[in-house]
Design a protein around this ligand. Structure first.
Ligand SMILES: Cc1cc2nc3c(=O)[nH]c(=O)nc-3n(C[C@H](O)[C@H](O)[C@H](O)COP(=O)(O)OP(=O)(O)OC[C@H]3O[C@@H](n4cnc5c(N)ncnc54)[C@H](O)[C@@H]3O)c2cc1C
Length: 402
């Protein structure tokens, strides 16, 4: 029997693949099985010093993602003899990752793409896992898709359940049970009661904040570094541009130190401080950068993050370029403002080469880490596809050793 802790990006594909291979799987998930449009209700709360976005529900943070799907960290993973080419191809076919048809490229996104090209920047439509037939272009990606047009990890969990996997929701894993440096099972709490499951293989996929906390209960030194791919959204006014009704982040500009993507944020409207401006008048761009992983997680699960001089430099370069695009598309320069500095891709808290080996196994035999914690470096780009590919590779490995 295999126990998977967490049903987000990492846990979901593993559950699907192992159950498909007729291996008995139990998934323990802290959050509830919610309707996808209700996903926004399950955002986590952190201390006031940091604006970090994650969710606790079946599907994890993928339920509020934009379904941006890009390959990342090839060079860094190759240093650990990890080549994900086959796994990427498998997943790209499985969830039909593609650039959306022109029917789903809105006016604001097109302005962004044209401006990027005119400036000679590496510009493309964002690869997405969204079905055009179902997508009503409501712009609500980060709240939870109202039509299930967008891929989320819940779809793989549903497949796993169909294959016979057992899902236990609203159950918080407290501890991994071990004996003689080998994993023996899992202790979890549900409805105020404590339960144990016997298991000789346990996969920790509780996300980059919770996985290291569980590892620490075993004396494993995790969560002492953390990246989160910082981002800001900057923008201003173009009357009636209606970016808020478009598929979010549907264009992509890539440079070495940052990415840019069109992204509506109502914080921009609030900061402009002009009652005549509505959401429909906002044109804004997300600036996202890689960061150096300086920071740590406290034993209470709060994140302490330090910005290095390079972190700040990359953000400044990205904002300067975004400013040029805002000017080119016709945003009123008097109105340009920024959101606060945020992060939505926590990772690197139990990294390959530091806490786990290149098969994602911890020093405890049979205990694996399979989520963003494992990533060796900040991608500065959407990480889901890389997490899924690493997880598919782990599923293949486990099938060999089970
Ligand atoms: C608003 C937003 C938009 C994003 N958009 C994109 C995007 O377009 N593309 C992209 O690549 N990335 C995106 N991301 C980031 C992406 O969603 C995450 O990087 C990814 O989901 C991380 O995968 P994971 O498996 O590490 O964790 P998660 O997907 O968060 O899964 C962890 C799971 O473990 C559960 N859990 C936690 N603790 C316990 C416990 N003790 N016991 C049992 N279960 C537990 C949680 O409830 C959760 O379900 C976005 C994130 C946010 C917040």
């Amino acid at each position: 029997m295999i126990t998977i802790i967490g049903s987000g990006a990492g846990g979901s594909i593993l559950a699907k693949e192992l159950s498909q291979a007729k291996i008995p799987v139990t998934i323990i998930e802290k959050g509830p099985y919610a309707k996808t449009p209700d996903s926004f209700k399950f955002y986590d709360k952190y201390n006031k010093k940091i604006d970090l976005l994650t969710t606790t529900c079946v599907g994890g943070s993928t339920t509020v993602s934009m379904a941006n799907m890009v390959r990342t960290l090839d060079k860094e993973l190759s240093q650990y003899n990890i080549d994900l080419t086959e796994q990427y191809q498998y997943i790209e076919n499985l969830i039909n990752i593609h650039q959306m048809n022109n029917s789903h490229i809105g006016k604001a996104t097109q302005l962004f793409l044209d401006a990027g090209e005119k400036l000679g920047l590496k510009t493309m439509k964002m690869p997405k896992a969204i079905q055009e037939e179902k997508c009503i272009q409501c712009g609500k990606d980060a709240l939870g898709c109202p039509t299930d047009a967008k891929w989320t990890a819940k779809q793989f969990i549903n497949d796993a359940i169909e294959n016979g996997a057992k899902l236990i929701t609203q159950a918080k894993v407290l501890k991994i049970l071990t004996d003689n440096n080998k994993v023996k099972g899992v202790k979890y709490e549900k409805n105020g009661q404590t339960f144990t499951i016997k298991s000789h293989i346990v996969i920790l996929a509780a996300g980059a904040i919770n996985t290291p906390l569980i590892l620490r209960t075993l004396g494993i030194n995790a969560g002492n570094e953390i990246f989160f791919d910082p981002f800001v959204t900057i923008g201003g006014v173009i009357k009636n541009i209606k970016l808020n009704h478009e598929v979010q982040m549907n264009g992509l500009i890539t440079t070495e130190n940052f990415i840019l993507s069109p992204h509506f944020s109502n914080f921009i409207r609030d900061k402009i401080n002009d009652n005549s401006i509505t959401d429909e008048d906002i044109f804004s761009i997300m600036v996202k950068t890689p960061d150096e992983g300086k920071g740590y997680i406290t034993d209470e699960g709060q994140v302490i993050k330090t910005n290095t001089i390079n972190d700040i430099r990359f953000m400044a370069e990205g904002c300067a370029t975004a400013g040029m695009i805002l000017e080119k598309v016709g945003v009123d320069p008097q109105t340009i403002v920024s959101t606060v500095y945020r992060g939505a891709h926590p990772g690197g808290t139990a990294a390959i080469g530091k806490v786990i080996d290149n098969n994602l196994e911890t020093p405890i035999k049979g205990l694996f880490v399979d989520d963003a914690s494992a990533l060796p470096k900040s991608p500065g780009k959407p990480p889901i596809l890389t997490i899924l590919a690493l997880s598919k590779r782990l599923a293949d490995h486990i099938q060999k050793i089970y």
